[in-house]
Design a protein around this ligand. Structure first.
Ligand code: C2E
Ligand code: MG
Ligand code: MG
Ligand code: MG
Length: 287
């Protein structure tokens, strides 16, 4: 009888939908296999301290080198992992690997890990973070947890308590993609963030729209007043970097400064930065 209703439903699908569904199922199957086979990798994008002209941290970004499809973008598979129950396991992998890698990096550089809104739906995330810290021995103050505004839409009381617990572990909380949510300012009022990452859409348009310069400048000033740091994301050109500096932003990240790269290349970058030569700009260093 399942067969009959299946056939009945499929008659209403537009052509192409079935093959899309099939492709999705296939991707989901591959995602499970990738977890089991530990196929995921992390790429590390440097974050620059614009005052000291040095690398002050890295953002861990997940990479999936698929055996047949090549590199699959997180923009494609993270949403799928969120719809299935796989994001918890993937998230735990990212936390464990990033903390272990960070613990081996020299100096006091920070490591930023992205948390999915789905990972914040239960309190399990507190144990996952605590366990990654404990296993790696990483100083919690070196771990930044990046949370996007979409995680904060609902259930404010519970999320606020959860974020306090994460912060209680000694980690720093970062509001990612700032300015793209529905109620960016109220999130700053309600939740205990240490850092704001200004979304790349604002940074990119600074060179063409003066209102974007004003917006980025205002966010930097706001962060400062609130005792937070602001990081400009997505800096791609020298002109953008100039403007970001001019409005007083203290940290920046983007292809101009460095692409996401394997841990060994991140390590090399830090060793290079130990020399007297200023490390900015690193255009064309690539990964
Ligand atoms: P995000 O956290 O905002 O990360 C920044 C994204 O912008 C990264 O894309 C990075 O490679 C890209 N980017 C950095 N600099 C530039 C630039 O100058 N120009 C442009 N055009 N792009 C730049 P990526 O690695 O493809 O990741 C996309 C999104 O996927 C991330 O956005 C994050 O939301 C999510 N993501 C990545 N890794 C993870 C992860 O481990 N866990 C979770 N839950 N989400 C992740
Ligand atoms: Mg991020
Ligand atoms: Mg971001
Ligand atoms: Mg983003």
């Amino acid at each position: 009888e399942a067969k009959a209703s299946g056939r009945g439903v499929s008659r209403f699908f537009e052509p192409g939908i079935e093959s899309k569904l099939y492709a999705r199922l296939e991707l989901e199957r591959d995602l499970r296999a990738a977890l089991a086979a530990e196929q995921f990798e992390l790429a590390y994008q440097p974050v620059f301290d614009l005052v000291a002209d040095r690398v002050c941290g890295f953002e861990a970004l997940i990479r999936w080198p698929h055996p047949e499809r090549g590199l699959v973008s997180p923009a494609e598979f993270i949403p799928l992992a969120e719809e299935t129950e796989l994001i918890g396991e993937i998230g735990a992998f990212v936390l464990n690997r990033a903390c272990a890698d960070a613990a081996r990096l020299p100096g006091d550089v920070r490591i930023a890990v992205n948390l999915s809104p789905v990972q914040l739906r239960t309190d399990d995330i507190v144990d996952a973070v605590a366990s990654a810290l404990q296993r790696s021995g990483l100083d919690p103050r070196r771990l930044e947890l990046e949370i996007t505004e979409s995680a904060l839409l609902e259930d404010n009381e519970r999320i606020a308590t959860l974020l306090e617990r994460l912060r209680g572990l000694g980690t720093r909380l970062v509001l990612d993609d700032f300015g793209t949510g529905y109620s960016s300012l109220s999130y700053l009022r309600r939740f205990p963030f240490d850092k704001i990452k200004i979304d790349q859409s604002f940074v990119r348009e600074m060179t063409t729209r003066s209102n974007c310069v004003a917006i980025v400048g205002a966010v930097v000033g706001l962060a400062d007043e609130l005792g937070m740091t602001a990081t400009a994301e997505g800096v791609e050109t020298a002109d953008q970097l100039d403007l970001v500096r001019q409005v007083g932003c203290l940290e920046a990240q983007g292809y101009l400064l460095g692409r996401p790269k394997p841990i060994l290349a991140a390590f090399e970058l830090l060793r290079g930065a130990g020399s007297a030569k200023p490390t900015l700009p690193l255009a064309a260093v690539g990964s």
